[in-house]
Design a protein around this ligand. Structure first.
Ligand SMILES: [Fe+2]
Length: 264
Protein backbone atom coordinates (compact mmCIF):
# COMPACT_ATOMS: atom_id res chain seq x y z
CA UNK A 1 0.00 0.00 0.00
CA UNK A 2 1.20 3.47 -0.88
CA UNK A 3 0.75 6.15 1.76
CA UNK A 4 1.08 9.85 1.02
CA UNK A 5 2.76 11.51 4.00
CA UNK A 6 2.21 15.26 4.03
CA UNK A 7 3.14 17.86 6.62
CA UNK A 8 3.05 21.56 7.40
CA UNK A 9 0.19 22.57 5.11
CA UNK A 10 0.13 25.89 6.98
CA UNK A 11 -3.23 27.09 5.73
CA UNK A 12 -2.00 27.20 2.14
CA UNK A 13 -5.02 26.01 0.13
CA UNK A 14 -3.30 26.51 -3.23
CA UNK A 15 -0.39 24.23 -2.27
CA UNK A 16 -2.70 21.71 -0.60
CA UNK A 17 -4.91 21.49 -3.69
CA UNK A 18 -1.90 20.91 -5.94
CA UNK A 19 -0.52 18.21 -3.65
CA UNK A 20 -3.87 16.40 -3.49
CA UNK A 21 -4.00 16.32 -7.28
CA UNK A 22 -0.46 14.97 -7.45
CA UNK A 23 -1.02 12.29 -4.81
CA UNK A 24 -3.97 10.94 -6.77
CA UNK A 25 -1.68 10.44 -9.76
CA UNK A 26 0.83 8.44 -7.71
CA UNK A 27 -1.72 5.76 -6.86
CA UNK A 28 -1.53 6.50 -3.14
CA UNK A 29 -4.42 4.94 -1.24
CA UNK A 30 -3.93 6.42 2.21
CA UNK A 31 -2.96 9.80 3.58
CA UNK A 32 -1.20 10.92 6.75
CA UNK A 33 -0.93 14.52 7.92
CA UNK A 34 2.00 15.28 10.23
CA UNK A 35 0.64 18.46 11.75
CA UNK A 36 0.64 22.22 11.29
CA UNK A 37 -2.49 22.23 9.18
CA UNK A 38 -2.88 25.88 10.20
CA UNK A 39 -0.50 28.76 10.91
CA UNK A 40 1.13 31.35 8.59
CA UNK A 41 -1.31 31.09 5.66
CA UNK A 42 -4.68 32.60 4.83
CA UNK A 43 -6.89 29.49 4.54
CA UNK A 44 -6.90 27.71 7.90
CA UNK A 45 -10.62 26.92 7.80
CA UNK A 46 -10.57 25.44 4.29
CA UNK A 47 -7.46 23.36 4.90
CA UNK A 48 -8.68 21.99 8.22
CA UNK A 49 -12.10 21.16 6.81
CA UNK A 50 -10.42 19.26 4.00
CA UNK A 51 -8.38 17.16 6.42
CA UNK A 52 -11.59 16.51 8.35
CA UNK A 53 -13.26 15.23 5.17
CA UNK A 54 -10.28 12.97 4.48
CA UNK A 55 -10.85 11.61 7.97
CA UNK A 56 -14.44 10.73 7.18
CA UNK A 57 -16.07 13.67 8.93
CA UNK A 58 -18.87 15.65 7.44
CA UNK A 59 -17.66 19.07 6.40
CA UNK A 60 -19.03 21.99 8.36
CA UNK A 61 -21.47 23.86 6.15
CA UNK A 62 -19.91 27.32 6.38
CA UNK A 63 -17.04 28.41 4.15
CA UNK A 64 -16.92 25.13 2.27
CA UNK A 65 -13.63 25.00 0.35
CA UNK A 66 -15.09 23.86 -2.94
CA UNK A 67 -11.87 23.61 -4.92
CA UNK A 68 -10.18 21.69 -2.14
CA UNK A 69 -13.10 19.32 -1.69
CA UNK A 70 -13.05 18.61 -5.41
CA UNK A 71 -9.46 17.43 -5.21
CA UNK A 72 -9.98 15.31 -2.09
CA UNK A 73 -11.50 12.71 -4.45
CA UNK A 74 -9.87 9.36 -3.70
CA UNK A 75 -8.75 10.46 -0.26
CA UNK A 76 -12.19 10.91 1.19
CA UNK A 77 -12.16 8.68 4.26
CA UNK A 78 -8.54 7.67 3.51
CA UNK A 79 -6.84 9.43 6.40
CA UNK A 80 -4.66 7.26 8.64
CA UNK A 81 -4.16 10.12 11.07
CA UNK A 82 -3.54 13.82 11.46
CA UNK A 83 -1.25 14.53 14.41
CA UNK A 84 -0.89 17.76 16.36
CA UNK A 85 1.57 20.43 15.24
CA UNK A 86 2.72 23.37 17.32
CA UNK A 87 0.73 25.80 15.15
CA UNK A 88 -2.37 23.63 15.50
CA UNK A 89 -1.85 23.86 19.25
CA UNK A 90 -1.39 27.61 18.90
CA UNK A 91 -4.91 27.87 17.51
CA UNK A 92 -6.22 27.26 21.03
CA UNK A 93 -3.29 27.10 23.49
CA UNK A 94 -1.56 30.03 25.15
CA UNK A 95 1.75 28.64 26.43
CA UNK A 96 2.89 27.49 22.98
CA UNK A 97 2.77 31.09 21.75
CA UNK A 98 5.78 31.97 23.92
CA UNK A 99 7.89 29.69 21.68
CA UNK A 100 6.87 31.41 18.44
CA UNK A 101 8.18 34.38 16.50
CA UNK A 102 6.20 37.61 16.23
CA UNK A 103 4.85 36.97 12.73
CA UNK A 104 3.84 33.41 13.62
CA UNK A 105 1.92 34.65 16.65
CA UNK A 106 0.21 37.31 14.54
CA UNK A 107 -1.01 34.62 12.13
CA UNK A 108 -2.13 32.30 14.93
CA UNK A 109 -4.12 35.03 16.65
CA UNK A 110 -5.76 36.01 13.36
CA UNK A 111 -6.68 32.40 12.66
CA UNK A 112 -8.47 32.16 15.96
CA UNK A 113 -10.87 34.75 14.59
CA UNK A 114 -11.68 32.80 11.41
CA UNK A 115 -11.72 29.16 12.53
CA UNK A 116 -15.18 27.69 13.10
CA UNK A 117 -16.14 25.85 16.28
CA UNK A 118 -16.04 22.57 14.35
CA UNK A 119 -12.56 22.99 12.98
CA UNK A 120 -11.28 24.30 16.30
CA UNK A 121 -12.63 21.18 18.02
CA UNK A 122 -10.91 19.02 15.41
CA UNK A 123 -7.56 20.73 16.05
CA UNK A 124 -7.94 20.43 19.83
CA UNK A 125 -8.51 16.67 19.48
CA UNK A 126 -5.35 15.92 17.48
CA UNK A 127 -3.06 13.27 19.04
CA UNK A 128 0.63 14.06 19.52
CA UNK A 129 1.73 10.77 17.97
CA UNK A 130 0.26 7.78 16.17
CA UNK A 131 1.82 4.36 15.68
CA UNK A 132 1.14 2.51 12.43
CA UNK A 133 2.90 -0.83 12.04
CA UNK A 134 6.60 -0.20 12.62
CA UNK A 135 6.15 3.48 11.84
CA UNK A 136 5.51 6.41 14.15
CA UNK A 137 3.87 9.60 12.90
CA UNK A 138 4.68 12.74 14.87
CA UNK A 139 5.07 16.43 14.10
CA UNK A 140 8.49 17.29 15.49
CA UNK A 141 10.42 14.53 17.28
CA UNK A 142 9.50 10.99 18.32
CA UNK A 143 11.18 11.70 21.66
CA UNK A 144 9.03 13.98 23.83
CA UNK A 145 6.74 15.05 20.96
CA UNK A 146 4.98 17.49 23.27
CA UNK A 147 8.04 19.76 23.40
CA UNK A 148 8.22 20.19 19.60
CA UNK A 149 12.01 19.95 19.45
CA UNK A 150 13.60 20.42 16.03
CA UNK A 151 15.59 17.56 14.51
CA UNK A 152 18.22 19.39 12.49
CA UNK A 153 21.03 16.83 12.24
CA UNK A 154 21.73 13.11 12.01
CA UNK A 155 23.05 13.22 15.56
CA UNK A 156 19.76 14.65 16.85
CA UNK A 157 17.79 12.11 14.83
CA UNK A 158 19.73 9.15 16.21
CA UNK A 159 19.46 10.52 19.74
CA UNK A 160 15.67 10.79 19.37
CA UNK A 161 15.39 7.26 17.91
CA UNK A 162 17.41 5.83 20.80
CA UNK A 163 14.67 6.90 23.23
CA UNK A 164 11.72 5.22 21.48
CA UNK A 165 10.83 1.94 19.80
CA UNK A 166 10.07 1.63 16.12
CA UNK A 167 11.84 1.63 12.76
CA UNK A 168 10.39 4.48 10.71
CA UNK A 169 9.79 7.88 12.25
CA UNK A 170 7.94 10.30 10.01
CA UNK A 171 8.30 13.94 11.05
CA UNK A 172 7.81 17.46 9.71
CA UNK A 173 8.29 20.73 11.64
CA UNK A 174 11.58 21.93 10.06
CA UNK A 175 10.00 22.22 6.57
CA UNK A 176 13.19 20.68 5.15
CA UNK A 177 12.90 17.26 3.41
CA UNK A 178 15.61 14.83 4.49
CA UNK A 179 16.17 11.25 5.67
CA UNK A 180 18.47 10.48 8.59
CA UNK A 181 19.70 7.05 9.65
CA UNK A 182 22.39 5.88 12.03
CA UNK A 183 25.27 6.02 9.57
CA UNK A 184 24.13 8.55 7.02
CA UNK A 185 21.92 11.29 5.65
CA UNK A 186 19.91 11.22 2.42
CA UNK A 187 19.07 14.48 0.67
CA UNK A 188 16.30 13.28 -1.62
CA UNK A 189 16.17 13.64 -5.38
CA UNK A 190 12.63 14.43 -6.46
CA UNK A 191 10.78 11.51 -7.96
CA UNK A 192 13.56 9.00 -7.28
CA UNK A 193 12.97 5.88 -5.25
CA UNK A 194 14.79 5.44 -1.93
CA UNK A 195 15.09 1.80 -0.87
CA UNK A 196 14.85 1.25 2.89
CA UNK A 197 16.77 -1.48 4.71
CA UNK A 198 14.67 -3.73 6.96
CA UNK A 199 16.98 -3.52 9.99
CA UNK A 200 17.79 0.17 9.83
CA UNK A 201 15.94 2.93 11.69
CA UNK A 202 15.09 6.11 9.83
CA UNK A 203 13.84 9.59 10.63
CA UNK A 204 12.00 10.75 7.51
CA UNK A 205 11.21 14.46 7.26
CA UNK A 206 8.42 14.93 4.72
CA UNK A 207 9.19 18.61 4.10
CA UNK A 208 6.36 21.11 3.88
CA UNK A 209 3.31 21.39 1.64
CA UNK A 210 2.53 25.03 2.35
CA UNK A 211 5.77 26.74 3.36
CA UNK A 212 8.92 24.99 2.07
CA UNK A 213 12.17 26.31 3.54
CA UNK A 214 14.80 24.56 1.42
CA UNK A 215 14.91 27.37 -1.17
CA UNK A 216 12.58 25.47 -3.48
CA UNK A 217 9.13 27.13 -3.46
CA UNK A 218 7.34 24.03 -4.76
CA UNK A 219 5.15 22.07 -2.37
CA UNK A 220 6.87 18.98 -0.96
CA UNK A 221 5.69 15.63 0.36
CA UNK A 222 6.69 11.96 0.38
CA UNK A 223 5.11 8.70 -0.77
CA UNK A 224 5.80 5.72 1.48
CA UNK A 225 5.31 2.37 -0.29
CA UNK A 226 4.82 -0.04 2.60
CA UNK A 227 5.04 -3.20 0.47
CA UNK A 228 8.13 -2.25 -1.52
CA UNK A 229 9.64 -0.52 1.55
CA UNK A 230 10.55 2.58 -0.40
CA UNK A 231 10.20 6.34 -0.19
CA UNK A 232 9.65 8.81 -3.02
CA UNK A 233 9.85 12.53 -2.36
CA UNK A 234 7.87 14.71 -4.73
CA UNK A 235 7.76 18.43 -5.55
CA UNK A 236 4.65 20.09 -6.93
CA UNK A 237 4.24 23.51 -8.57
CA UNK A 238 1.34 25.55 -7.26
CA UNK A 239 -0.12 29.05 -7.46
CA UNK A 240 2.35 30.81 -5.16
CA UNK A 241 1.13 34.25 -6.23
CA UNK A 242 -2.44 33.39 -5.29
CA UNK A 243 -1.49 32.06 -1.87
CA UNK A 244 0.73 35.08 -1.14
CA UNK A 245 -1.91 37.57 -2.27
CA UNK A 246 -4.43 36.08 0.17
CA UNK A 247 -1.90 36.56 2.97
CA UNK A 248 -1.43 40.23 2.00
CA UNK A 249 -5.19 40.74 1.65
CA UNK A 250 -5.79 39.28 5.12
CA UNK A 251 -3.44 41.87 6.61
CA UNK A 252 -1.01 39.23 7.87
CA UNK A 253 2.71 40.10 8.12
CA UNK A 254 4.03 40.66 4.58
CA UNK A 255 7.01 38.37 5.15
CA UNK A 256 4.66 35.39 5.36
CA UNK A 257 3.65 35.96 1.74
CA UNK A 258 7.06 37.06 0.48
CA UNK A 259 8.85 33.98 1.78
CA UNK A 260 6.67 31.64 -0.27
CA UNK A 261 8.26 32.92 -3.50
CA UNK A 262 11.76 32.02 -2.33
CA UNK A 263 10.95 28.85 -0.42
CA UNK A 264 12.47 30.13 2.79
FE1 LIG B 1 5.43 24.10 10.56
Amino acid sequence: MRVAVISDIHANAEAFTAVLSDTAETGAEKMTVLGDIVGYGADPEACTQTVMVMGGDEAPTDAAPIELFDTVGPFRDALICAVMGNHDMGAFGEEILTCMRYEAVKAVLWQRTVLSAETMSFLVARPLEVRYGDALFVHASPYRPETFDYILSRHEAVNAMDHVTGRLFFVGHTHDPVVYYETGTINPEWGERINLEPDVRYVVNAGSVGQPRDRDPRACYVIWDMDADTLEFRRVEYDVEGAAQKIYDAGLPQVLGDRLFAGI
